[in-house]
Write a protein that binds this ligand. Sequence first.
Ligand SMILES: O=C(O)Cc1cc(O)ccc1O
Ligand SMILES: [Fe+2]
Length: 430
Amino acid sequence: MEPLRYLTGFDNEHETEALPGALPLGRFSPQKVAYGLYAEQFSSTAFTAPRAHNRRTWLYRIRPSAQQGDYAAYAGATLTRTGPITEQTPVPNMLRWSPLPIPTQAQDFIDGLVTLAANGDAGVQVGIGIHLYLINQSMQDRFFYNADGELLFVPQQGKLRLHTECGLLDIGPGDIAVIPRGMKFRVVLLEASARGYVCENYGAAFTLPERGPVGANGYANDRDFQYPVAAYEDREGEFELVCKYGGHFFSADIGHSPLDVVAWTGNSAPYKYELARFNVINTVSFDHPDPSIFTVISSPSDTPGVANCDFVIFPPRWMVADNTFRPPWYHRNIMSEFMGLIHGVYDAKEKGFEPGGASLHNCMSPHGPEAEVFEKASQADLKPQRYDNTLAFMFESRYAITPTRFAMTTEARQLDYVKCWDKLKKNFNA
Ligand SMILES: O=C(O)Cc1cc(O)ccc1O
Ligand SMILES: [Fe+2]
């Protein structure tokens, strides 16, 4: 399969047309659009949001989005939840889950989204939902959009093609992709099945964090974010459009593919990023810096420096710190930390935290390396060491994260997780 072509540059004012001359020049809404297309503005921020934060895209499409049936309640997606989670009390316990298997019963992305936790309230555009997708079917004649937030995909197993209104993105383990709130898409499997994590961001759209004194380069570089070129479907039939709105799923009949955008211009569009391109910056002297140095993208809250959600990775890197306990320190954090593992082994947990698994350390819940890792790291010869075969990530949020009832009751939950710290010895020798 030919690799797809992409436009590059985070948050750029991109423009792309699948037919020559489809994109109006010099204005957005001419009296007649080329090829008999309809112009439609897709606004991802308030009209009056400051220029630096404003996101919108003009779509030139075969039919306007308004041409669809009425919504009725949708009966699938039985394990998807939306913040606030009320079916379960908040849980201060340290929690961990083994990987969930991909079921044998047929399920596509809409029905295969299992919510592990959420915080905030989608209705007031605060917080996140944390899901796993476990899928073995492509979406062919049905389409989805999420009015409750943008969707950050973190694939763990299996390649996917995201066919969106703006075009195609191919992603697999080691990549991430973000689809804006409200954008219609279908998820096509490029392998028999796929599993991954999704962070549903109810808050301000993910953006690149500041670099501060690091300067003009480093971390996630703007140029490495890839956007689709326009690619439209001109298909008619008895199709279904499903949406999640206010935490509920709805379905509407639609007589054509809504992925019928022939040209678009703007800065609100889906994008992908290869995590291997992250320029890792870390200490070359001593001590273990805060993991904020590994932030790829961040959804800010109204308080500067305090994120609605940071997406942080723990990628392959050199470790050179002198006279330092190199793994993460023991800590308690006002921010709540959900972690997943894409592949390999995470330095703080060599056992029990598996690819496809997850952990949750909520606001002020203590955690850190398991006993064996502490022993080893306290004795290690501190020569430069390459951390290979590792790719963990964290969704870190200022709001405490409530697990779903499913997350608390699934067999995949490791009820003995806290025992990983039992064998820490009393070494006090005053
Ligand atoms: O808890 C974790 O494993 C994530 C984490 C990693 C790190 O290097 C420092 C702090 C932190 O919360
Ligand atoms: Fe932590």
